[in-house]
Design a protein around this ligand. Structure first.
Ligand SMILES: Nc1ncnc2c1ncn2[C@@H]1O[C@H](COP(=O)(O)OP(=O)(O)OP(=O)(O)O)[C@@H](O)[C@H]1O
Ligand SMILES: [Mg+2]
Length: 1081
């Protein structure tokens, strides 16, 4: 077993108990309760040890799938929940691996699912055994034999729509590897009475209906048949069609199966002809015909069916006809022919039909055997599957039930024998002391039936063979005498007085206490059925048929092999074949499937307790459990036992290192299981009571819950870790990929950039080269051009003189030179004024000489001025300087100024030194007199001027009397603050004394002089010449204030009338205003 495989057990998830051996307490009620419980949960299989109880679910269950086959394949029997596959697997493996021939015994009452079970077993074995073309063919043939046999041997009964009306035992043969080689089928006691008569609600064998429904028109015509069931006496009509059965489809299946099994086309045809013949035979009717001897003789009523039947079988009509009217009895070399009455004729007809059909059936079985028989002669392993009718207890039980129940009695016997034997063997094998087991042995009943001296069957044979009148009653009488003492035989007429008054026992019946219950048999028909007579005339007639199959079926009709011995009776034959079967089974390892049907209605979900109880009883299942439990209820090999319970003890969990047996011992001791509860075998532990097992199971269940939590915990941890590792791994992968991607991107970018740079560099280089090349080209071109031009120039120079075009320039230059010469010479001749103020200048001679002309004028003027200036004396220079200063002070500021320009600044206008009047005055003045003149001093009172002598020296000015020369006022110049003059053409000026100065007492001086410009200019120049003194400030304004002693007077100049000789008039307007009217120019 691989490590990962989960070890399970039958004990897992049990519904009720999976093994009846574990039932606690064991009683019939609990047994049935358990079956019901499981049945309700669709658990149709339950074990009794190794026996499988199978309940018919009457519905398809999903437990026969290929997956299920796989599940059960190679698993131990108790490992999984009970299943027919477990049994099949066990049997197959034990056959293959241990070389033990197997038999699978399937028993149960009609409709309990035996045939289905046998098919499941076969299909399971087919699924798990070897494969290969040849093997598959064999398998297919074995499996396909079923539909053929079912068509001919099964019929609808009140109990089962597909009831097997024969017993079947099939040996499947395998080679040493376990591959199927072939098979042998044995059939037992076909219920041939069904061919001619069916109980109410039942049908004849399926094949009749299948043929009529499914055959083509053509086939039917060939077989001289009509599709209508009602045309045939042998077919019961009330249940000709069965729900859920499609006869037509089944017919096709059967034909197909026959083909697979290996039937030739003509064989199939022959078989169908025989089937048709049986139907025809049933339609032959008889009428009485009186004979001379007074006896009635039967005659065929309507010969048409007879004719058609004879045609079908290649029979001579008259021969058959005769056989229905006469019977030849041969005794001691004598032939006596007697006529048959109508009843006898019918009996003969039905006997023929039954024989025909049952022989056909046997032939089919043989024919199938021929096909499926193993081809090789090597040693074979055999698995037998027995699908035989179960124990039958009807209201009316006849010879058939007797035979069937006998067979079941035998099976029960070998069952008990084998089970006990097996049990005993196991105990011995395991070294456990054998305790004697009490059980009921049914050998005694078998003996009652089959004993050669006084057994019931022997009695019957004796009766049948006895000369004289033999009836069923004489047979019963015989039984009553012979078997009266037997404990299991009961009859009203027997010598055993206790039944004399038993009214439940009719007179024509006897009762046998079978192992499974008492069964009452009616003796009617026993002798007849046992005899199974077919008149020789009929078999001989059949033999004469021109039909190979018919001939084959009636070998006793061969006149050359006349056998006067009676054929063996049915009972004898059956006993013999059962004997062989039992012997055969005894050599094999048995496996039991006990089928139980849950209800009589063929319905799912219904569980009829009484019905099941009945079956449980007659199948001897309780017996079965008891036998199994007699010693120890449960046993298990040490290994799986330890494996299952090791978690219950610390020493064994999780691993037991030593022997499994020691482990189990430690375990059980640890759990304090009482010693009498178990025994140690060689390889198995034996547990006496199911209770102990359940104790272990319960403990295990509790323990498993804890373990499950632990496993969950570990698993979750493991899962999370795995998840984490996976994530981590993924992250690494993602990162790697991303890095790769990023690097790729980067690389591509770099590559792109490199390409761009490269292309730029290449471009740049190319352009550089191009430039150079262009430059070189241009240079070359330039060189070419220059040299061309140079050459041109050279050539032109050389040839210029030869061109008139050059004359123009020369003439032009010459003309210009000439004009210039003329111009300059003309200027030389012109006499120009040397006066600097002369503005005259010759007009320009030529427009283009304008610049030169003006420049020459400027130069000439500068030169003329220079010449003029060079003639100046020192005095003249001083005078001009004064004039210049005057200009700077008054030009454009005082209207008087222009008239002063032409006057020379003489300074001393009174000739001070020469005039004796002023001798004294002259001496009074220390400094050199700069200016001496007569001015008028304006009187403030009336504005009239008084003449005064005005002297100006370097340091002061003096006012003196004009006549006397007496100094009136001498004011040092620094005491002067400013001089005010008007803008008009007048000579008024005010000398203003600084406030606070020594001379300030007399106030300012308002004077008037024609030489105002000269006086003020000189006064101003004294200030600028001396460094220590501020320049005197000169105010030029038409209105100014003059401080006369105390009061301030405003002097205002107004524009008077035009000059008309009156000159300037000064008038006193008021105390504060002196108005000076100046004539307008
Ligand atoms: N395991 C099963 N699952 C489903 N249906 C089943 C099963 N076993 C039996 N049946 C049903 O029960 C019917 C009767 O079964 P089967 O023919 O096997 O009975 P039998 O025991 O062979 O009866 P007989 O003794 O009359 O031949 C089947 O036709 C089928 O419908
Ligand atoms: Mg069956």
């Amino acid at each position: 077993m691989s490590k990962m495989e989960v070890k399970t057990s039958l004990l897992d998830n049990m519904i009720g108990v999976g093994d009846m051996v574990l039932l606690e307490p064991l009683s019939e009620d609990s047994f049935i309760g358990n079956l019901k419980n499981r049945f309700d949960h669709n658990e149709i299989y339950t074990y009794i040890g190794s026996v499988v109880i199978s309940m018919n679910p009457y519905k398809p269950l999903p437990i026969y799938t290929a997956e299920k086959v796989e599940e059960y394949r190679n698993r131990n029997f108790y490992e999984l929940s009970p299943h027919i596959y477990a049994l099949a697997d066990e049997a197959y493996r034990s056959l293959r691996d241990q070389d033990k021939d197997q038999c699978i015994l399937i028993t149960g009452e009609s409709g309990s699912g035996k045939t289905e079970a046998s098919k499941f077993v076969m299909s399971y074995v087919a699924a798990v055994c070897g494969k290969g073309q040849e093997v598959n063919k064999v398998k297919e043939q074995l499996l396909q034999s079923n539909p053929v046999l079912e068509a001919f041997g099964n019929a609808k009964t009140v109990r089962n729509d597909n009831s097997s009306r024969f017993g079947k035992y099939m040996d499947i043969e395998f080679d040493f590897k376990g591959d199927p080689l072939g098979g042998v089928i044995s059939n037992y006691l076909l219920e041939k009475s069904r061919v001619v008569k069916q109980p109410r609600g039942e049908r004849n064998f399926h094949i009749f209906y299948q043929l009529l429904s499914g055959a083509s028109e053509d086939t039917l015509k060939k077989l001289k048949l009509d599709r209508d069931f009602s045309k045939y006496n042998y077919l019961s009509l009330d249940s000709a069609t069965v729900n859920g059965l499609d006869d037509a489809a089944s017919f096709r299946t059967v034909r197909n199966a026959m083909q697979i099994v290996g039937f030739m086309e003509d064989e199939v045809q022959s078989v169908l002809e025989l089937v048709a013949a049986v139907l025809k035979l049933g339609n032959i009717e008889f009428k009485p015909e009186s004979r001379v001897n007074g006896f009635d003789e039967s005659r065929v009523k309507d010969k048409n069916d007879l004719k058609e039947m004879c045609e079908l079988l290649g029979l001579e009509q008259s021969v058959l006809e005769r056989a229905f009217s006469f019977r030849t009895v041969e005794a001691k070399m004598e032939k006596v022919s007697t006529t048959l009455n109508v009843a006898q004729a019918y009996y003969a007809r039905d006997a023929l039909a039954k024989n025909l059909y049952s022989r056909l059936f046997s032939w089919l079985v043989n024919r199938i055997n021929e096909s499926i028989k193993a081809q090789t002669k090597v040693r074979k392993k055999v698995m037998g599957v027995l699908d035989i009718y179960g124990f039958e207890i009807f209201e009316d039980n006849s010879f058939e039930q007797f035979i069937i129940n006998y067979c079941n009695e035998k099976l029960q016997q070998i069952f008990i024998e084998l089970t006990l034997r097996e049990e005993q063997e196991e105990y011995v094998r395991e070294g456990i002391e054998w305790t004697n087991i009490e059980y009921f042995n049914n050998a005694i009943i078998c003996d009652l039936i089959e004993n050669n001296q006084n057994g019931i069957l022997a009695m019957l044979d004796e009766e049948c063979l006895r000369p004289g009148t033999v009836t069923d009653e004489t047979f019963l009488d015989k039984l009553n005498t012979v078997c009266a003492e037997h404990q299991h035989f009961e009859s009203r007429q027997s010598k055993n007085s206790k039944f004399l008054t038993d009214h439940s026992l009719p007179h024509n019946c006897f009762r046998i206490q079978h192992y499974a219950g008492k069964v009452l048999y009616r003796v009617e028909g026993f002798v007849d059925k046992n005899n199974d007579l077919l008149y020789r005339d009929l078999s001989q007639a059949m033999y004469k048929a021109n039909h190979s199959l018919i001939k084959l079926l009636f070998p006793e009709g061969n006149p050359s092999k006349v056998n006067l011995k009676r054929p063996p009776t049915a009972g004898f034959q059956f006993k013999a074949s059962v004997g062989t079967l039992m012997k055969n089974l005894l050599t094999k390892n048995p496996n039991y499937i006990r089928c139980i049907k849950p209800n009589d209605k063929k319905a799912a979900h219904i569980f009829t307790d009484s019905l099941v109880c009945h079956q449980v009883r007659y199948l001897g299942l309780m017996e079965n459990v008891r036998v199994r439990r007699a010693g120890y209820a449960f046993r298990q090999a040490y290994e799986p036992c330890l494996e299952r319970y090791k978690m219950l003890c610390k020493q064994t969990w999780p691993h037991w290192r030593g022997q499994a047996r020691d482990g189990v011992e430690v375990l059980l001791t640890d759990l304090q299981v009482p010693v009498e509860e178990f025994a140690y075998g060689r390889s198995k532990i034996f547990i006496r009571n199911p209770r102990t097992l359940f104790f272990l199971e319960e403990k295990r269940r509790q323990c498993l819950e804890d373990l499950a939590t632990l496993i969950q915990k570990i698993f979750r941890g493991w899962k999370s870790r795995r998840q984490f590792l996976l994530l981590k791994k993924s992250q690494v992968v993602v990162a790697a990929w991303y890095r790769r991607y990023a690097q790729q991107k980067k690389y591509q970018k770099i590559r792109c950039s490199a390409l761009v740079v490269q292309s730029f560099i290449r471009g740049w280089k190319a352009r550089k080269i191009l430039r150079e090349l262009k430059y070189k080209k241009r240079c070359e071109e330039a060189v070419t051009t220059i040299s061309a031009y140079w050459h041109g120039t050279q050539v032109r120079r050389e040839y210029r003189k030869f061109f008139r075009a050059n004359a123009g320039k020369k003439i032009y230059d010459f003309t210009i030179q000439r004009i210039m010469q003329k111009y300059f010479l003309g200027l030389k001749k012109t006499t120009l004024s040397m006066s600097p103020i002369d503005k005259s200048w010759p007009a320009k001679p030529y427009g283009f000489l304008e610049g030169t002309h003006q420049e020459l004028r400027r130069i000439f003027h500068l030169w003329r001025c220079k010449k003029y200036r060079s003639k100046f004396t020192k005095e003249m220079k001083a005078t001009y300087e004064e004039k210049l200063a005057a200009s700077e002070l008054f030009k454009d500021k005082k209207a008087l100024y222009p008239s002063s320009v032409g006057q020379p600044f003489k300074g001393d206008y009174v000739e001070l030194s020469k005039n004796p009047k002023y001798q004294k005055l002259n001496s009074l003045v220390e400094d050199k007199v700069l200016l001496a003149d007569v001015v008028s001093k304006i009187n403030r009172a009336n504005g009239k001027g008084a003449p005064r002598m005005f002297l100006l020296t370097k340091n002061n000015f003096v006012l003196a009397d004009q006549k006397t020369g007496q100094v009136k006022t001498s004011v040092p110049l620094p005491d002067l603050s400013s001089v005010s003059v008007s803008t008009q053409n007048d000579g008024f000026f005010a000398l203003r004394v600084k406030e606070g100065a020594t001379s300030a007492a007399k106030g300012d001086f308002l004077l008037s002089s024609d030489r105002l410009i000269e006086i003020i200019t000189k006064l101003h120049r004294i200030g600028s010449a001396s460094a220590d003194r501020n320049q005197i400030k000169i105010d030029i304004s038409d209105e100014f204030l003059v401080q006369f002693k105390q009061d301030k007077v405003c002097v205002k100049f107004i524009q008077g009338a035009p000059k008309n000789g009156n000159g300037v008039i000064c008038k006193r307007k008021n105390n504060r205003l002196l108005e000076v009217s100046v004539p307008s120019p």
